[in-house]
Design a protein around this ligand. Structure first.
Ligand SMILES: CC(C)[C@H](C(=O)O)[C@@H](O)C(=O)O
Ligand code: SF4
Length: 473
């Protein structure tokens, strides 16, 4: 590589982490941060034991319990035997291998992709991996962050390195500002609805443009979180003053002078003017309205003001079949206005939308209203810190007075690996990121929305365009 070659930010991070390269072979990358949770780590630790290996860098490894953890009273023992076993196994593995664990009683516990940034473990320019597809969340900081499989988890534990083929790059440019009432969640849902769930397959997306630059750190995380639902390996947003201010003073971020020096380096992590991406798409932010998914993939979404699509209008036989199947699973009639679709449950939480700004946004809608009598609604903070902050601001009161349940932090009904599940046929407005068949419980029907849209749906009992919401003072 010549010294003056123009590089994208992805290439800069990649080049800085390749520690071995042979022609036409995958690269060996150094991994700066390895995050661990209870679901994808047990066999990896078994593998280490079997081969009598240690964890190479426990200081660059951090674990939490999130997927299986109950969201009810934690002073009681965990009832579900499978969940209890998963959590005990992680505790024993972390003790044996000297890894810091935010366990069920830790003030640091939370969803892995919420606590990494919160603790300042995540920072620009790092390579970050976790046995979890939504590791892409951390790319919001300009870190190259991606999900890995359990055998790779074992490899990273043992060596702090990973073999990876170099992905291609894609720019997703969002022109102009978002309309009032339209959120980062609507933006990423609209991008996936427009370009499809495979448009970025195997690439690393870099999000650029005015609407992206205007986003807060938490909103950027929402966007990068769902990169994986567009098929991408990872999503990136160039770090800027918003990023640096978010990280300043966080526990594991550099402190004092070292922080200022780090900022100078982080500022270099931008795509050089004139550098090429392999692919490019763009979208105008002012086209985007609040979104509701109607189908069984995150790309099956529409504006809340639209109607359930008619399979007969599909362009080809494959789409027609997919739409038909999705509508039949979802129990929806073509042509029904989305605002008339009644819901039974509401889930506000997850690594997509379980952070403090999400809860503030939902509370600003819910304040002074009551959840519709036929709806069961729950709010699950993404982490203990989010929960404490929300309680300090009185958000829990706003929610409980409106009739929402206020829970302990974890993945919860995002994927229903704990007791928080939909019953067959139940319809849920959910702020999570996947609406696959059975994702929130067998036969459950998931509609992906923003926190504001979820809160409005809880109160109205059906979907409602939050742009028309009358805020209770
Ligand atoms: C359990 C885990 C492996 C899974 C993932 O990789 O994403 C989960 O977090 C999810 O969101 O489906
Ligand atoms: S909140 Fe949902 S998407 Fe995020 S890590 Fe947990 S299960 Fe996966």
């Amino acid at each position: 590589m010549s010294a003056n070659k123009k590089r994208t930010m992805f290439e800069k991070i990649w080049d800085a982490h390749v520690i071995h390269q042979e022609d036409n072979k995958p690269s060996i990358l150094y991994i700066d941060l390895h995050l661990i949770h209870e679901v994808t780590s047990p066999q990896a630790f078994d593998g280490l034991r079997m081969h009598n290996r240690k964890v190479r860098r426990p200081d660059r490894t951090f674990a939490t319990v999130d997927h299986n953890i109950p969201t009810t009273d934690r002073s009681k023992p965990v009832e579900d035997p499978i969940s209890a076993k998963q959590m005990d196994t992680l505790t024993r593995n972390c003790q044996e291998f000297g890894i810091t664990l935010a366990d069920i009683h830790s003030p640091d516990q939370g969803i892995v992709h919420v606590i990494g940034p919160e603790l300042g473990l995540t920072s620009p320019g790092k390579t970050i991996v976790c046995g979890d597809s939504h590791t892409s969340t951390h790319g919001a900081f300009g870190a190259l962050a991606f999900g890995i499989g359990t055998s790779e988890v074992e490899h990273v534990l043992a060596t702090q390195c990973l073999s990876q083929a170099k992905p291609k790059t894609m720019e997703v440019r969002v022109n102009g500002p978002l309309q009032a009432g339209v959120t980062a969640k609507d933006l990423i849902l609209a991008i996936i609805a427009k370009f499809g769930t495979d448009f970025a397959t195997g690439t690393v997306i870099e999000y650029t443009g005015e609407a992206i630059r205007n986003l807060s750190m938490e909103e950027r995380m929402t966007v990068c979180n769902m990169s994986i639902e567009a098929g991408a390996r990872a999503g990136l947003i160039a770090p800027d003053a918003v990023t640096f201010e978010y990280l300043r003073g966080r526990r594991f971020a550099p402190q004092g002078e070292a922080f200022e020096r780090a900022v100078e380096q982080w500022k270099q992590l931008v795509t050089d003017e004139g550098a090429d991406y392999d692919f490019r798409v763009e979208i105008n932010a002012d086209e985007i309205a609040p979104q509701v998914t109607w189908g069984t993939s995150p790309g099956m979404g529409a504006n809340v003001t639209d109607a359930v699509p008619n399979p007969a209008d599909c362009e080809n036989e494959n789409d027609r079949k997919a739409t038909q199947n999705a509508l039949s699973y979802m129990g929806l009639e073509p042509g029904t206005p989305l605002e008339e679709v009644k819901i039974d449950r509401v889930f506000i939480g997850s690594c997509t939308n379980g952070r403090i700004e999400d809860l503030r946004a939902a509370a600003s809608i819910a304040k002074g209203y009551k959840v519709a009598s036929h709806v069961n609604a729950m709010v699950v903070p993404g982490s203990n810190k989010v929960k404490q902050q929300a309680e300090a601001e009185g958000l829990d009161k706003i929610f409980t007075e409106a009739g929402f349940e206020w829970r302990e932090p974890g993945c919860s009904m995002c994927l229903a690996m704990n007791p928080d599940v939909l019953q067959p046929g139940e319809r849920c407005a959910s702020t999570s990121n996947r609406n696959f068949e059975g994702r929130q419980g067998r036969g459950g029907r998931t509609h992906l929305v923003s926190p504001q849209m979820a809160a409005a749906a809880a109160i109205k009992g059906h979907f409602y365009d939050v742009r028309n919401w009358v805020v209770n003072k």
